[in-house]
Unconditional design. Sequence first.
Length: 205
Amino acid sequence: MSGPSKRDLRHAARARRARLAVELRGRDGGAGVAEAAEAIAETVLRFVPDGGRVAVYESLPDEPPTGRLVERLLESGHEVIVPVVLDDFSLEWRYAVRGTVGDQGTVTRRQGPPDASERSGWLGVDALAGCDLVVTPGLTVDRHGTRLGQGGGCYDRALAHRDPAAPVVTLLHEGEASELDLPLDEHDQPVDAYVTTTGRLVRLR
Ligand SMILES: Nc1nc2c(c(=O)[nH]1)N(C=O)[C@@H](CNc1ccc(C(=O)N[C@@H](CCC(=O)O)C(=O)O)cc1)CN2
Ligand SMILES: Nc1ncnc2c1ncn2[C@@H]1O[C@H](COP(=O)(O)OP(=O)(O)OP(=O)(O)O)[C@@H](O)[C@H]1O
């Protein structure tokens, strides 16, 4: 017998995320998000090699925050790349700029061909091949490392290019890991660990 579909699981996970994000924003007199951003940065920084290149996403308001992580990686001399979504749901990559956070542009497909100046800053759809660590978004992850994302398949496509030696880490709100095994399709790329908004690291593989 088959369990719930990815679509149903995604729907439930989005509702849970909205609740957890409200709770986080209200925590500690409004300092909850900044504390989570610091906790995530602290934990992730521990497993980045000196001077390494790291792929990070630019977080939207309900997502585990990545702004502080990007800031601290840049401060400590790492290279940070962030995704641009192309119209076929593949990901292009560009260097992160200090102080940027995600806006709708981060998750809206890039329509039409880029102009020359835009394209000149792009690093290629295979840019994950040159990264030492990949930090992905995700709605939930199970104990085997199966990840459920927003449903574009963007990260499954992108992760196919990664260096197999580079860990893949998903950021989750505390309480979002899946106790049940998630559906696994052939194209699904497993993740090695997740880090939560309290800075907790869980290795899966
Ligand atoms: N902050 C952040 N950045 C991220 C992701 C993410 O989950 N979080 N992504 C994780 O994968 C990628 C973007 N994922 C996407 C997944 C689906 C659609 C999509 O279906 N877009 C529809 C419009 C949807 C709408 O408007 O509601 C479309 O373009 O037709 C676009 C991007 C890359 N960047
Ligand atoms: N490597 C790939 N090549 C072509 N299509 C793919 C690839 N990976 C995934 N897809 C397609 O993308 C769609 C969404 O996949 P899935 O539901 O697993 O997304 P997701 O992992 O939740 O999203 P995301 O990776 O963007 O976070 C599916 O229709 C799938 O067939």
